[in-house]
Design a protein around this ligand. Structure first.
Ligand code: P1T
Length: 379
């Protein structure tokens, strides 16, 4: 099946009871059994739910994977992944990543004995230097949040595989439409499906997809044993969102390109981070591993102050000042005080996340309105 057909049909089938073409919302906590253990495949809704099962199949298909495991949020998905490890195990992570993931690693899992190192993985050659005999997983985002760095997934897999280290990719910024990490050698792909997969800013959800049966079995076990599961209505919204992912992503890419070029020409803008520019440091890798450059970007102001950034964020009329990304509507955010506030300032600055950095999630509105809005807001 080709991409567009896959998003609409793969992994889902009409409801066996009624023929409903859209997967019904099985809003039930339990399933009646004929006698103990004699049932139709469903016992209790934390363990299995038919709406969730179809979503998991559809998400797995979207990432060319065999197993999909859904969670109540992206962070719940990442949190469950961390439970695959034992105290003393090390995880090597990229140093530019969602602030909530950083917080989960540093403020939660370090207390349980996991060790994390945060390094710049856009320089792949440097990665091996940070591996130790205790390293069990490489964790990366690409494009990274919020500096849109690109990490070479294939090259990371070539380092991880021979060393027996798992490679996990948070594919939230690209979406399955632009990039499929499992095809590039990753063992695990994770999404905050809250973003492009849902696409309408109306649901919080996370998922993990893998081709490794052993990992999948462990994650299904943890999904039930720890219970960070999504509700059936959320699963329904995700199933619906996925069906239009390709159409939305095409427009996100078109609009993103025009907005990025507009920003680059603006006299008050010092630097634009968008992986579609030919002089982006990792553009060649982006071109190789992605099918487009997406609608996520960030930019720095010449007046590199929090105040200057806040002034822009307070002045937009169409871009809504909000956390999150990937919805049909355009959002504008200030990572230093919003999504990445949990990262200490010195660490942020050292990694290149400056005070005036503004992040855009370019939506699918008329791009001329978006550009006019930014023009009046930046001044
Ligand atoms: O919000 P949640 O569904 O729990 O997903 C967390 C998450 C994981 N990975 C990436 C790359 C993310 O961007 C996020 C969430 N990010 C935001 C809310 C944000 O505005 O960046």
């Amino acid at each position: 099946m080709r991409t567009a057909t896959k998003y609409i049909h793969a992994g889902v089938h009409p409801d066996p009871a009624t023929g409903a073409i859209m997967t019904p919302i099985y809003q039930t906590s339990t399933f009646v059994q004929d006698s103990p253990g004699k049932h139709k495949g469903y016992e209790y809704a934390r363990t299995h739910n038919p709406t969730r099962s179809q979503l998991q199949n559809a998400l797995a298909a979207a990432e060319n994977g065999q197993y999909g495991i859904s969670f109540g949020s992206g962070l719940a998905a990442t949190d469950t992944l961390m439970k695959l490890f034992k105290p003393g195990d090390e995880i090597l992570s990229t140093n530019d990543l969602y602030g909530g993931t950083y917080r989960l690693m540093r403020k939660v899992w370090e207390d349980y004995g996991l060790k994390f190192r945060f390094v710049d993985m856009s320089d792949v050659a440097g990665i091996s230097r940070h591996l130790t005999s205790a390293t069990k997983m490489i964790w990366l985002e690409t494009p990274t949040n919020p500096l849109i760095r690109i990490i070479d997934i294939r090259a990371c897999a070539a380092i991880a595989k021979p060393a027996g280290i798992l490679l996990a990719v948070d594919n939230t910024f690209a979406s399955p439409y632009l990039q499929n990490p499992l095809d590039l050698g990753a063992d695990i792909v994770m999404h905050s499906a809250t973003k492009y997969i849902g696409g309408h800013s109306d649901v919080v959800h996370g998922c993990v997809i893998t081709n490794n049966k052993q990992i999948a079995d462990q994650l299904y076990f943890l999904q039930n044993a720890c219970g960070a599961v999504p509700g059936p209505q959320d699963c329904f919204l995700l199933l619906r969102g996925l069906k239009t992912l390709h159409v939305r992503m095409q427009r996100h890419c078109e609009n993103g390109e025009k907005v990025a070029h507009f920003l680059r020409r603006h006299p008050r803008v010092a630097k634009v981070h968008w992986c579609g520019f030919e002089d982006h440091p990792n553009h060649r890798i982006a071109k190789e591993q992605m099918r487009g450059f997406g609608g996520m970007m960030s930019f720095e102001l010449k007046d590199n102050t929090v105040e200057a950034a806040i002034k822009v964020l307070s002045s937009t009329q169409i871009f809504a000042c909000a956390e999150s990304l990937g919805g049909v509507e355009s959002l504008i955010g200030h990572p230093a005080s919003m999504t990445h506030a949990s990262i200490p300032r010195e660490e942020r600055i050292a990694n290149g996340l400056v005070d005036s950095l503004i992040r855009l999630s370019v939506g699918i509105e008329d791009v001329n309105d978006l550009i006019e809005d930014l023009k009046q807001a930046i001044g």
